[in-house]
Design a binder for this molecule. Structure first.
Ligand code: UGA
Length: 471
């Protein structure tokens, strides 16, 4: 079928390329000149594994093309997906762009076609959507069309695979006067084996937001549980393992650390709390999820401070800048806050990330951040190494070799991703979230962190015997 996708960002471009892979004839509309130029020359303007190959393939076989002009493609398409941004630079909802975009495309959609909102939007906007689109059609002297929602559940880093083999497809019906909108979307997803759920538009958007709120809640829950593990000298992974066999609980998305970043989870939690409050409704659980998440960054900085007995004048190596591995995305990345806080406390922060664009953008966003072009350069002469993003290449670093280039052998693992035994063997003090603070036996008891609970050192009861592997 003929499909137009408006907006070729993370969501739109994956939709375009994935739809072409299913055999649809796809036009991707992009207004940003740089991005369009990149796409026309077959270059994906951000890092997303296997997306470049898919785009190349279907530019080649003619199933996918890109343009700045929406009118022609939209008037020939059964489905027009809208995947433009809905969040501003301050991480607040911003619906002017999507309104303007709808105003441009809706008058040209064929009477038997449908407009499909793929962007994540605030519930209030979804409530207004059918009347808004109807008004645009009426003003253009045209018949009403189907107004549909089709929220995406793809993750950066695995977005192509998530799109092509989803665990569910959610279709939201905002208005479907001729009852063809659902049929068109079912045809679009004909090759998908997952359940297709047809919901009201408001149910669909709350299913989208609800999924992210729940994922965020799991992470903050894991982080609070990890703090208890540190308090009582327990191991978070073992604790989770002991819980996860209960099918009501499961073990996924419970990795403790510096908390969640990215363009979706942090913004959607914060905005849900704020928008509900604006309607006089409290959401104390989501507020706590947000709070715990931000607190993790501060805890990380406090621990670094304590581990080196004050970061002022110390050299801190930050390994990783992106909000998670396999992306070059820095939106709401914990690294940016962490680097800024450390620099404000007088540390010299030297960062490395495998993604060149992330390095460049982080340098532009964080004043006085030093960015280098290898992990080895970052850790050389470091007083403490802080793992921020669990890129595979950091997990397998040659710690014995690194031990000989650092000023102090201290590692703090913000993602619980490193092998504590390998670090201890190389002579490093190892600190983490919920895995205890492990020190090589020959070093004795380290200095207490700023926020160690009373009666403990580094979260470990005073008087406890320290030895490799004790914690
Ligand atoms: C998230 C959701 O996972 C997707 O399902 C959703 O489609 C997407 O938002 C969206 O709304 O578009 P994404 O932002 O790509 O996807 O990233 P996640 O994989 O969810 O990771 C978010 C953050 O949580 C990362 O910083 C990650 O490091 C952190 N995280 C994840 C943890 O701290 N612990 C975990 O156990 C898992």
């Amino acid at each position: 079928m003929k499909v137009t996708v408006i907006g070729q960002g993370y969501v739109g471009l994956v939709t375009s390329a994935g739809a072409a892979a299913w055999g649809h004839e796809v036009v991707g509309v992009e207004r940003q000149e740089d991005r369009l130029r990149a796409l026309l020359s077959g270059h994906v303007p951000f890092h997303e594994p296997s997306l470049g190959e898919l785009v190349d393939l279907h530019l080649g076989d003619g199933r996918l093309r890109f343009t700045a002009d929406s009118q022609g493609p939209v008037s020939a398409s059964s489905l027009t997906f809208v995947a433009v941004g809905t969040v501003n630079a301050d991480q607040e909802w911003e619906t002017n762009t999507i309104r303007a975009c709808l105003a441009e495309v809706v008058p040209h959609i064929p009477d038997d076609g449908a407009v499909v909102v793929r962007s994540t939007c605030p519930p209030d906007f979804i409530g207004q959507l059918p009347a808004y689109v109807d008004g645009l059609r009426r003003d253009a002297g045209r018949e009403p069309i189907a107004v549909m929602l089709n929220p995406e559940f793809t993750k950066e880093g695995t977005a192509v695979q998530d799109f092509l083999t989803p665990d569910r497809v959610v279709i939201g019906v905002a208005s479907d006067p001729k009852e063809h909108g659902v049929a068109l979307l079912r045809e679009f997803y004909a090759q998908v084996e997952a359940p297709v759920l047809v919901l009201s538009a408001m149910d669909a958007i709350l299913a989208k937001l609800g999924a992210n709120l729940f994922l965020a809640t799991k992470i903050s829950f894991a982080n609070e549980l990890a703090a208890l593990c540190d308090l009582y000298g327990s191991q978070i992974e073992r604790v989770i393992e002991g819980m996860a066999h209960d099918p009501r609980i499961g073990g996924s998305f419970l990795r403790a650390g510096i908390g969640f970043g990215g363009s979706c989870l942090p913004h959607q939690v914060t905005m849900t709390v704020r928008e509900a409050a604006a309607r006089g409704h409290e959401t104390p659980l989501f507020a706590a999820v947000d709070d715990i998440n931000l607190r993790q960054r501060l805890t990380f900085v406090d621990r670094i401070d304590a581990l080196v007995d004050g970061v002022a004048g110390r050299r801190v190596a930050l390994l990783g800048l992106t909000f998670k591995p396999h992306t070059d995305d820095l939106r709401a990345a914990p690294s940016l806050d962490i680097a800024s806080m450390l620099i404000d406390r007088g540390a010299s922060v030297v960062a490395f990330d495998p993604m060149e664009t992330a390095r460049r953008n982080a340098k532009a966003q964080v004043r006085r951040l030093i960015v280098v072009s290898s992990a080895l350069e970052a850790v050389t002469d470091a007083d403490v190494i802080a793992l921020v993003t669990e890129w595979p290449e950091f997990v397998t670093l040659p710690w014995a070799q690194i031990a000989s280039v650092v000023r102090q052998r201290i590692v703090i693992d913000g993602r619980n991703a490193l092998d504590p035994d390998a670090l201890l063997e190389a002579g490093f003090v190892y600190s983490s979230f919920g895995r205890g603070h492990r020190i090589p036996a020959e070093l004795g008891v380290p200095a207490a962190p700023a926020r160690a609970p009373e009666g403990t050192r580094m979260g470990i009861p005073i008087g406890a015997e320290f030895a490799v592997g004790d914690f």
